[in-house]
Design a protein around this ligand. Sequence first.
Ligand code: CP
Length: 314
Amino acid sequence: MSKLSVDHLLGIKYLLKEDIDLIFDTAQNFKEVINRPIRKVPSLRDITVANLFFENSTRTKLSFELAEKRLSADVVNFSAASSSVKKGETLIDTVNNILSMKVDMVVMRHPNPGAPVFLSRHVNTTIINAGDGTHEHPTQALLDAYSMQEKLGDIKGAKVCIVGDIKHSRVALSNIFCLQKLGAEVMVCGPTTLIPKHIESLGVKVSHNIKEALGWCDVANVLRIQLERQGDEKDVSFFPSLREYTQQFGINGEMIANTGRKIVIMHPGPINRGVEITSDVADSAESVILDQVENGVAVRMAVLYLLASGIGRN
Ligand code: CP
Protein backbone atom coordinates (compact mmCIF):
# COMPACT_ATOMS: atom_id res chain seq x y z
CA MET A 1 0.00 0.00 0.00
CA SER A 2 1.52 3.34 -1.04
CA LYS A 3 -1.34 5.71 -0.22
CA LEU A 4 -3.85 6.07 2.57
CA SER A 5 -7.40 4.72 2.15
CA VAL A 6 -8.79 8.01 3.55
CA ASP A 7 -8.77 11.68 2.40
CA HIS A 8 -8.82 13.06 5.97
CA LEU A 9 -7.57 11.89 9.36
CA LEU A 10 -10.77 12.21 11.38
CA GLY A 11 -10.29 9.26 13.73
CA ILE A 12 -8.46 5.95 14.06
CA LYS A 13 -11.88 4.30 13.66
CA TYR A 14 -11.78 5.12 9.93
CA LEU A 15 -8.26 3.71 9.29
CA LEU A 16 -7.25 0.26 8.06
CA LYS A 17 -4.35 -1.59 9.68
CA GLU A 18 -2.53 -1.05 6.36
CA ASP A 19 -2.97 2.73 6.77
CA ILE A 20 -1.35 2.57 10.20
CA ASP A 21 1.53 0.43 8.87
CA LEU A 22 2.08 2.94 6.05
CA ILE A 23 2.07 5.88 8.50
CA PHE A 24 4.63 4.07 10.71
CA ASP A 25 6.93 3.21 7.76
CA THR A 26 6.78 6.82 6.57
CA ALA A 27 7.33 8.13 10.12
CA GLN A 28 10.45 5.95 10.41
CA ASN A 29 11.95 7.78 7.42
CA PHE A 30 10.99 11.17 8.84
CA LYS A 31 12.44 10.26 12.24
CA GLU A 32 15.79 9.83 10.51
CA VAL A 33 15.31 13.22 8.82
CA ILE A 34 14.62 15.09 12.08
CA ASN A 35 17.71 13.56 13.69
CA ARG A 36 20.01 14.79 10.89
CA PRO A 37 21.95 18.07 11.15
CA ILE A 38 19.62 19.51 8.46
CA ARG A 39 16.17 18.54 9.68
CA LYS A 40 14.15 19.82 6.75
CA VAL A 41 12.87 18.26 3.52
CA PRO A 42 10.99 20.04 0.68
CA SER A 43 8.08 17.57 0.54
CA LEU A 44 5.32 20.10 1.33
CA ARG A 45 6.82 23.13 -0.42
CA ASP A 46 3.95 25.23 -1.86
CA ILE A 47 1.42 23.57 0.47
CA THR A 48 -0.20 25.86 3.06
CA VAL A 49 -1.49 24.39 6.32
CA ALA A 50 -3.75 26.19 8.81
CA ASN A 51 -3.61 25.03 12.43
CA LEU A 52 -7.01 25.88 13.92
CA PHE A 53 -7.00 25.45 17.69
CA PHE A 54 -10.34 26.13 19.34
CA GLU A 55 -9.02 24.56 22.57
CA ASN A 56 -5.75 24.82 24.50
CA SER A 57 -2.73 22.76 23.51
CA THR A 58 1.01 22.70 24.10
CA ARG A 59 2.36 19.43 22.64
CA THR A 60 -0.03 18.85 19.74
CA LYS A 61 0.05 22.43 18.43
CA LEU A 62 3.84 22.78 18.58
CA SER A 63 4.33 19.26 17.23
CA PHE A 64 2.10 19.88 14.19
CA GLU A 65 3.74 23.25 13.55
CA LEU A 66 7.22 21.74 13.70
CA ALA A 67 6.15 18.81 11.51
CA GLU A 68 4.76 21.23 8.91
CA LYS A 69 7.90 23.41 8.98
CA ARG A 70 10.24 20.38 8.75
CA LEU A 71 8.30 19.46 5.57
CA SER A 72 8.74 23.06 4.24
CA ALA A 73 5.00 23.85 4.29
CA ASP A 74 3.74 27.41 4.74
CA VAL A 75 2.00 27.57 8.12
CA VAL A 76 -0.67 29.83 9.58
CA ASN A 77 -1.95 29.53 13.13
CA PHE A 78 -5.36 30.37 14.49
CA SER A 79 -6.42 30.51 18.11
CA ALA A 80 -10.12 30.78 18.96
CA ALA A 81 -9.42 33.02 21.95
CA SER A 82 -8.21 35.86 19.70
CA SER A 83 -10.46 35.27 16.66
CA SER A 84 -13.81 36.43 15.27
CA VAL A 85 -15.42 33.23 16.57
CA LYS A 86 -15.96 35.36 19.67
CA LYS A 87 -18.10 37.69 17.49
CA GLY A 88 -20.55 34.92 16.57
CA GLU A 89 -19.09 33.58 13.30
CA THR A 90 -19.99 29.95 12.52
CA LEU A 91 -17.35 27.22 12.25
CA ILE A 92 -18.12 26.71 8.55
CA ASP A 93 -17.85 30.45 7.79
CA THR A 94 -14.60 30.73 9.75
CA VAL A 95 -13.00 27.83 7.90
CA ASN A 96 -14.32 28.87 4.46
CA ASN A 97 -12.84 32.34 4.99
CA ILE A 98 -9.49 30.80 5.90
CA LEU A 99 -9.65 28.48 2.86
CA SER A 100 -10.29 31.50 0.59
CA MET A 101 -6.73 32.57 1.41
CA LYS A 102 -5.56 29.46 -0.55
CA VAL A 103 -5.01 27.15 2.40
CA ASP A 104 -4.63 23.49 1.35
CA MET A 105 -4.99 21.57 4.63
CA VAL A 106 -6.55 22.17 8.03
CA VAL A 107 -5.36 20.77 11.36
CA MET A 108 -8.12 21.27 13.89
CA ARG A 109 -8.59 20.88 17.63
CA HIS A 110 -12.13 21.53 18.86
CA PRO A 111 -13.95 20.99 22.18
CA ASN A 112 -17.01 19.44 20.44
CA PRO A 113 -16.90 15.73 19.59
CA GLY A 114 -17.52 15.26 15.86
CA ALA A 115 -16.54 18.81 14.82
CA PRO A 116 -13.86 17.60 12.31
CA VAL A 117 -16.27 15.03 10.80
CA PHE A 118 -18.95 17.74 10.47
CA LEU A 119 -16.48 20.12 8.84
CA SER A 120 -15.22 17.47 6.40
CA ARG A 121 -18.79 17.19 5.06
CA HIS A 122 -19.26 20.95 4.60
CA VAL A 123 -15.95 22.42 3.43
CA ASN A 124 -13.63 21.51 0.60
CA THR A 125 -10.26 20.79 2.18
CA THR A 126 -8.20 18.04 3.82
CA ILE A 127 -8.82 17.87 7.57
CA ILE A 128 -6.65 16.39 10.32
CA ASN A 129 -8.29 15.96 13.72
CA ALA A 130 -5.94 17.20 16.47
CA GLY A 131 -8.42 16.19 19.19
CA ASP A 132 -12.20 16.68 19.31
CA GLY A 133 -13.72 16.81 22.78
CA THR A 134 -14.06 13.39 24.36
CA HIS A 135 -14.16 11.67 20.94
CA GLU A 136 -10.80 10.98 19.24
CA HIS A 137 -7.18 12.17 19.18
CA PRO A 138 -5.87 10.09 16.28
CA THR A 139 -2.31 11.43 15.98
CA GLN A 140 -1.81 10.90 19.74
CA ALA A 141 -2.82 7.25 19.39
CA LEU A 142 -0.56 6.83 16.36
CA LEU A 143 2.45 8.30 18.16
CA ASP A 144 1.66 6.21 21.25
CA ALA A 145 1.50 2.99 19.23
CA TYR A 146 4.61 3.95 17.23
CA SER A 147 6.51 4.55 20.50
CA MET A 148 5.25 1.24 21.91
CA GLN A 149 6.39 -0.60 18.78
CA GLU A 150 9.80 1.07 19.01
CA LYS A 151 10.19 -0.08 22.63
CA LEU A 152 8.68 -3.59 22.36
CA GLY A 153 9.60 -4.51 18.79
CA ASP A 154 6.06 -5.69 18.03
CA ILE A 155 2.66 -4.61 19.35
CA LYS A 156 0.84 -7.80 18.32
CA GLY A 157 -0.01 -9.70 21.52
CA ALA A 158 1.18 -6.90 23.83
CA LYS A 159 -0.95 -6.25 26.91
CA VAL A 160 -1.67 -2.54 27.29
CA CYS A 161 -3.51 -1.00 30.22
CA ILE A 162 -4.93 2.52 29.92
CA VAL A 163 -5.24 3.92 33.44
CA GLY A 164 -7.35 6.81 34.76
CA ASP A 165 -10.12 9.04 33.45
CA ILE A 166 -11.31 6.93 30.52
CA LYS A 167 -14.76 8.56 30.48
CA HIS A 168 -13.50 12.03 29.53
CA SER A 169 -10.56 10.91 27.40
CA ARG A 170 -10.25 11.10 23.61
CA VAL A 171 -6.79 9.55 23.92
CA ALA A 172 -8.28 6.38 25.43
CA LEU A 173 -10.78 5.78 22.62
CA SER A 174 -8.24 6.41 19.83
CA ASN A 175 -5.71 4.17 21.62
CA ILE A 176 -8.25 1.35 21.97
CA PHE A 177 -9.05 1.45 18.23
CA CYS A 178 -5.39 1.73 17.21
CA LEU A 179 -4.03 -0.98 19.52
CA GLN A 180 -6.76 -3.43 18.60
CA LYS A 181 -6.13 -2.91 14.87
CA LEU A 182 -2.46 -3.73 15.58
CA GLY A 183 -3.32 -6.89 17.54
CA ALA A 184 -2.73 -5.76 21.14
CA GLU A 185 -4.90 -6.72 24.13
CA VAL A 186 -6.31 -3.68 25.91
CA MET A 187 -7.48 -3.18 29.49
CA VAL A 188 -8.88 0.01 31.00
CA CYS A 189 -8.45 0.66 34.73
CA GLY A 190 -9.99 3.39 36.87
CA PRO A 191 -12.81 4.18 39.28
CA THR A 192 -16.25 2.90 38.23
CA THR A 193 -17.40 6.50 37.78
CA LEU A 194 -14.64 7.22 35.22
CA ILE A 195 -15.13 4.11 33.07
CA PRO A 196 -17.93 4.42 30.48
CA LYS A 197 -20.75 1.88 30.88
CA HIS A 198 -20.62 -0.99 28.35
CA ILE A 199 -17.01 -0.26 27.36
CA GLU A 200 -16.50 -4.06 27.33
CA SER A 201 -18.50 -4.06 24.09
CA LEU A 202 -15.38 -2.55 22.44
CA GLY A 203 -13.52 -5.75 23.34
CA VAL A 204 -11.47 -4.32 26.23
CA LYS A 205 -10.97 -5.79 29.70
CA VAL A 206 -11.98 -3.63 32.68
CA SER A 207 -10.33 -3.46 36.10
CA HIS A 208 -10.97 -1.22 39.07
CA ASN A 209 -7.84 -2.45 40.85
CA ILE A 210 -4.54 -0.81 39.84
CA LYS A 211 -2.38 -3.57 41.35
CA GLU A 212 -4.28 -6.20 39.37
CA ALA A 213 -3.92 -4.09 36.20
CA LEU A 214 -0.16 -3.62 36.69
CA GLY A 215 0.18 -7.36 37.34
CA TRP A 216 -1.39 -8.00 33.93
CA CYS A 217 0.10 -5.41 31.57
CA ASP A 218 3.32 -4.96 29.58
CA VAL A 219 2.55 -1.26 29.03
CA ALA A 220 0.74 1.23 31.27
CA ASN A 221 -0.56 4.32 29.46
CA VAL A 222 -1.44 6.71 32.28
CA LEU A 223 -4.01 9.49 31.80
CA ARG A 224 -4.64 12.58 33.87
CA ILE A 225 -7.98 13.52 35.38
CA GLN A 226 -9.59 15.81 32.80
CA LEU A 227 -11.45 18.20 35.09
CA GLU A 228 -11.91 20.72 32.25
CA ARG A 229 -13.95 18.20 30.24
CA GLN A 230 -16.36 17.35 33.02
CA GLY A 231 -18.41 20.35 31.75
CA ASP A 232 -21.95 20.47 33.08
CA GLU A 233 -21.02 17.57 35.33
CA LYS A 234 -18.57 19.78 37.25
CA ASP A 235 -20.77 19.75 40.34
CA VAL A 236 -20.84 15.96 40.21
CA SER A 237 -18.01 14.35 42.13
CA PHE A 238 -16.50 11.41 40.23
CA PHE A 239 -14.33 10.57 43.27
CA PRO A 240 -14.19 11.97 46.82
CA SER A 241 -10.93 13.93 46.38
CA LEU A 242 -7.76 14.01 44.26
CA ARG A 243 -5.91 12.68 47.30
CA GLU A 244 -8.17 9.62 47.43
CA TYR A 245 -7.86 9.14 43.65
CA THR A 246 -4.06 9.10 44.06
CA GLN A 247 -4.29 6.57 46.90
CA GLN A 248 -6.49 4.23 44.83
CA PHE A 249 -5.17 4.69 41.28
CA GLY A 250 -1.93 6.70 41.37
CA ILE A 251 1.11 4.74 40.13
CA ASN A 252 4.32 4.84 42.18
CA GLY A 253 7.71 3.12 42.00
CA GLU A 254 6.95 0.68 44.80
CA MET A 255 3.89 -0.67 42.97
CA ILE A 256 5.92 -1.23 39.79
CA ALA A 257 8.74 -2.90 41.79
CA ASN A 258 6.22 -5.21 43.49
CA THR A 259 5.16 -6.64 40.11
CA GLY A 260 8.73 -7.98 39.69
CA ARG A 261 8.50 -7.12 35.98
CA LYS A 262 9.42 -4.27 33.67
CA ILE A 263 6.41 -2.24 32.56
CA VAL A 264 6.71 0.38 29.82
CA ILE A 265 5.34 3.67 31.15
CA MET A 266 3.53 6.08 28.84
CA HIS A 267 1.61 9.32 29.34
CA PRO A 268 0.17 11.63 26.66
CA GLY A 269 0.80 14.71 28.83
CA PRO A 270 0.26 17.06 30.43
CA ILE A 271 1.37 15.15 33.54
CA ASN A 272 0.05 15.98 36.99
CA ARG A 273 3.06 14.72 38.97
CA GLY A 274 2.09 13.20 42.29
CA VAL A 275 -1.55 12.73 41.23
CA GLU A 276 -1.80 9.96 38.59
CA ILE A 277 1.94 9.18 38.53
CA THR A 278 4.94 9.86 40.77
CA SER A 279 8.11 11.45 39.42
CA ASP A 280 10.23 8.31 40.02
CA VAL A 281 7.94 6.40 37.61
CA ALA A 282 7.52 9.24 35.06
CA ASP A 283 11.30 9.75 34.87
CA SER A 284 12.31 6.06 35.12
CA ALA A 285 14.31 4.08 32.54
CA GLU A 286 11.11 2.31 31.46
CA SER A 287 9.31 5.59 30.79
CA VAL A 288 8.97 6.56 27.11
CA ILE A 289 7.07 9.77 27.80
CA LEU A 290 9.59 12.06 26.08
CA ASP A 291 10.09 9.54 23.25
CA GLN A 292 6.34 9.87 22.63
CA VAL A 293 6.79 13.63 22.20
CA GLU A 294 9.78 13.19 19.85
CA ASN A 295 7.96 10.56 17.81
CA GLY A 296 4.92 12.83 17.59
CA VAL A 297 6.74 15.13 15.16
CA ALA A 298 7.77 12.24 12.87
CA VAL A 299 4.30 10.65 12.97
CA ARG A 300 2.60 13.99 12.19
CA MET A 301 5.07 14.60 9.33
CA ALA A 302 4.02 11.20 7.96
CA VAL A 303 0.30 11.98 8.25
CA LEU A 304 0.69 15.41 6.62
CA TYR A 305 2.88 14.04 3.83
CA LEU A 306 0.58 11.11 3.01
CA LEU A 307 -2.59 13.22 3.06
CA ALA A 308 -0.95 15.99 1.01
CA SER A 309 -0.08 13.46 -1.72
CA GLY A 310 -3.84 12.81 -1.96
CA ILE A 311 -4.53 16.45 -2.89
CA GLY A 312 -2.07 16.18 -5.78
CA ARG A 313 0.27 18.95 -4.66
CA ASN A 314 3.41 16.86 -3.93
N1 CP B 1 -1.20 15.16 24.47
C1 CP B 1 -1.85 16.32 24.16
O1 CP B 1 -2.81 16.36 23.39
O2 CP B 1 -1.31 17.41 24.77
P1 CP B 1 -1.76 18.94 24.49
O3 CP B 1 -3.15 19.08 25.04
O4 CP B 1 -0.73 19.78 25.20
O5 CP B 1 -1.75 19.15 23.00
